[in-house]
Each structure stands twice: as C-alpha cells, then as structure tokens.
Design a protein around this ligand. Structure first.
Ligand code: TRP
Length: 328
C-alpha cells in the first residue's frame, strides 16, 4: 500500500483537521509507505494573498510534524517543490473532458456567482489526480467531500491505462473511521470548518489556552441538563462528548458516568482543560519548529528530493507512452 494525501494551506488547522485527518495519517505511517504534501498550488485556485500563502504553507508543514508525522518514516513535502505534479497535470488534462470537469460539485459551488472563473479552479481535480498518480499511490485518505475528485482520478487512471497500456494502479479512497467527524461548536449540524467566518465554532490547533477555554465555555449545548451521548436528541453535547473522548482517550461511558448529572458547567470546564492539555505538546513542538526555519526547510528539501525520486520514473514512463520524444 502506498498512501498519499494533501492539505491545502488556506487558513489555520483546527481540531477537526487533526482528529479527522492528520491523526489518521500518523497511524498509517506504521502500516504503509506514506507521502504527505502541503498542496500550495491548490491554494491558488481561488483568490489568495502571497504572504499568507507562504506563511500558511510553512505552518501546515510544521503542524504535520508537530502532530506526529515523522519525516524519517514518511515523505513530507510541498507540492510546488516537485514540478512533476504540474507536468503530469497537463498530460492528464489532455485526457480529461470539459463535461466531466464541469460536473464536479466543488467546481460548481465555488464558481457560482463569480464573474470570472479561474482556469485553475476548473483544473483543480486534474492536479489532484496528478498528485496521486505521480506516485502510483494506491490509497488516498480523504474526507467525504473529496470522493468525487477521487472518482475522477480513478477514471483518468483507467482511461490512461486503456489507451497507453497498464501504467497506474487505480487508487482507493481511504475514508476514516466514524467518530472522527468533529462538528462546529456553534452549529453541531455543520462540520468544524476552517473557512467559516466565525472562529468561535472551531478550536484551532494553535489557539492559546484561554481562547480554547473561552470557546468551550461559549459552545452551544442542548435543552435539558444531562450530559448524555445521543446525537439525535442532544447533537451539541454529543459532539462535545466525542471531542472529550478523542482528546482524553477516555471511554464515552466513563465520561457519561462522571458528568451525566453534574450540569454543563463542570463538564465544559474539564473539557476545556482536556483540550488545553491535548494541544500543549503540539503547540510546543510547532513553536520549536517555527523557531528553527532552517531545520524545517531542510526537512522539506529532503522530502522533495525523495518525492522527486519516486515521481520522475513515473513521468518518464508516461511521457514515452504518450509519444513525447525522449531527451530534451
Ligand atoms: N483537494 C483536497 C482537499 O481539499 C486536497 C488535496 C489535493 C488532496 N491533492 C490531494 C488530498 C491528493 C488527497 C490527495 O481536501
């Protein structure tokens, strides 16, 4: 199994990114050959600010490592450092259809109401296919919202293989176990989101302790006083209980027994402390990495070298099969 996944450097990472995605990446490291990239080129498909993009790219790389991704075991790199992604994106784009790309729901959502739609937004799923296929990855951990993009990747792999001969394995989506779907603290029917304007709904991984405590205190709850796990009748409290269980490692039943009748106040105070304790080592490690930019740059350079060593043979094969003249 070869795993590849990526996170876009847009905005700051939050608890949902950690518990839903990064934690799973960390687990996968012991079972598979893993590549994790910061997909900076994808962050340019809608309006972006150059300074923010640069800062966010380094922040995500530091957080990957701070959350437990080990650059000795996994390949950690920045997408734009490996030009093979763009090259393969062009080559696959010549096999992709205008119709199928127009039907992508993310494209439709993000282009709606815009006077001018960037080509990059339209090409986004082809670049994502290139990210995956350049490494002949077989398993792709993604959220539900990326299923359709992965389906397109599979179609492009099959199409390439049918026309030019067996080249790419057809990658599978690797959807995380349930329970790691962290919802907004302000609206428990929506996922915790990094793009929501109001930061009160999310716990950012780098939120200082007092901000974490205040966000938990202000989190919405449900009617009644009992602290019980029942997503149907108590969606807000159930989300808080799930977060508590995930960050403390305690069973849901233990937490229900301890807090069931104690009222929301004590429950929230303890959850705030559990979160602060969970985030402390991540924040400390991230701070150390940001204070040593040369070290982080060296890790990313080594990651890009190892990634290039895997991608270039694929590209050589693809160029030849598609009829490009060798040499150059
Ligand atoms: N589109 C993905 C997202 O928004 C990010 C991404 C880019 C990605 N390339 C990838 C994920 C390749 C997995 C594999 O979540």
């Amino acid at each position: 199994m070869r795993v590849l996944s990526g996170i876009q450097p847009t905005g700051r990472l939050h608890l949902g990114n950690h518990l839903g995605a990064i934690r799973q990446f960390v687990d996968l490291q012991s079972r598979a050959e893993c590549l994790f990239c910061v997909v900076d080129l994808h962050a340019m498909t809608l309006d972006w600010d150059p300074e923010a993009l640069r800062a966010d790219t380094l922040q995500i790389a530091a957080l990957y490592l701070a959350c437990g991704i080990d650059p000795e075991r996994s390949i950690v790199f920045v997408q734009s450092h490996v030009p093979q992604h763009c090259e393969l994106s062009w080559l696959l784009g010549c096999l992709a259809g205008f119709g199928e790309l127009s039907r992508m729901t993310q494209f439709k959502d993000k282009s709606r109401g815009r006077e001018s739609v960037p080509f990059g937004l339209f090409a986004y799923p082809v670049l994502m296919a290139a990210d995956i296929l350049a490494y002949r990855a077989t398993a792709v951990p993604v959220g539900d919202d990326q299923r359709q993009h992965l389906e397109l990747t599979r179609d492009l792999a099959l199409r390439f293989n049918a026309r030019f001969g067996e080249t790419f394995p057809v990658p599978e989506a690797f959807i995380g176990k349930v329970g790691a779907r962290v919802m907004s603290l302000q609206n428990p029917s929506d996922k915790m989101s990094k793009s929501a304007v109001d930061p009160a709904g999310r716990i950012e991984l780098l939120d200082p302790p007092d901000v974490v405590r205040a966000k938990v205190r202000r989190a919405v709850t449900d009617s009644g006083r009992e602290v019980r796990h029942n997503p149907e009748t108590k969606p807000a409290v159930s989300n808080l209980l799930e977060i508590f269980s995930l960050v403390s490692g305690e069973e849901m039943s233990t937490l229900e027994a301890r807090y069931g009748d104690s009222g929301y106040g004590r429950f929230k105070a303890d959850l705030g402390e559990a979160l602060v304790a969970f985030l402390a080592p991540i924040q400390q490690r991230c701070g150390e990495l940001r204070a040593a930019p040369d070290h982080l740059a060296a890790v990313l350079r080594q990651g890009a070298e190892r990634a290039t060593a895997l991608a270039e043979p694929t590209l050589r094969d693809v160029r030849a099969r598609m009829g490009l003249v060798a040499g150059g």
